[in-house]
Design a protein around this ligand. Sequence first.
Ligand code: SAM
Ligand code: DTB
Ligand code: SF4
Length: 328
Amino acid sequence: MIRNDWSRSDIAALFDLPFNDLLFRAQTVHREHFDPNVVQVSTLLSIKTGNCPEDCGYCSQSGHHDTALQAEKKLAVDKVLAAAAEAKANGSSRFCMGAAWRNPHERDMPYVLELVKGVKAMGLETCMTLGMLTASQAERLGDAGLDYYNHNLDTSREHYPNVISTRTYDDRLDTLEHVRAAGMKVCSGGILGLGEKREDRIGLLHELSTLPIHPESVPINLLVPVAGTPLAETPRLSVIEWVRTIAVARILMPKGYVRLSAGRESLSDAEQAMAFFAGANSLFYGEKLLTTPNADTGRDEKLFDDLGLIREAPKVSVKMTAVDAMAV
Ligand code: SAM
Ligand code: DTB
Ligand code: SF4
């Protein structure tokens, strides 16, 4: 059953289960809704890098932090399309384009709309993450055929001001509403290992799982520490707690793809295998995330082989209304 009325104490009780019971429950839910041996594979590309006006404490791209990152202007359309073609040839079903913006300016809209149309024409699913959107921008992206919009809540409402000061939690929720109203699929999750408490991980999953419609994709990032950012020296989260969070996300949002996102590079194959058992079923593939290294592709190929995981084919997209999405 799909529930949108989870309470924080329901979620805390899941976190408190003995590990084997939690994983068994998550794997059972997973098998009711998905083929357990299929993984959805996306490739990321940064289409505009660095000098971001936001001050997200984890991010290499914020103009507020002194990191080693070299800022770059918008990437030419032909370069983006060439990267998408390569991603497709390497077995990705979705191409996700990210820009270091607080929000797209109106002058950027023709560029991003051209990218959506071009990537979609290659038979790939499309995803973008461009910061906050107005209702009209979301509508134009949806009309151009954008399948997914990624916009993370990152952490709990309580912990958020310790991480970001240049926007509010409600700003994030407003954009998610615009994305949903425009008929696109929602990709929204968070980052673990930001120095948050378990209560904050509960708060994040509570916000996501009580949205009127659950996100179709839930990225669980593990902080990639970047020198020069305020959170670079944050103590590492225990891997068991990371797996628990994935399992709880799977139970709360049974039909959502739970995505192993940033941070896989630092995890062993056995640790990642545990996350797949806990119900994760998508990941980012390719040498780079947006600006930081990702797990090596040769290593990923071997991992898929060792675990008998099969890649999901791109799904032909049909624009959804909010009512359709409720019925799914
Ligand atoms: N600027 C847009 C925004 O923030 O919505 C899109 C790009 S932003 C880099 C996308 C997401 O990447 C963030 O919401 C955050 O969850 C994740 N992220 C960024 N830096 C990270 C890091 N160092 N470690 C883990 N996740 C990170
Ligand atoms: C998401 O949740 N994780 C991806 C994607 N959505 C855009 C980004 C991870 C970025 C990691 C840090 C970097 O490479 O700059
Ligand atoms: Fe900018 Fe996004 Fe990085 Fe925040 S996470 S600083 S909004 S690029």
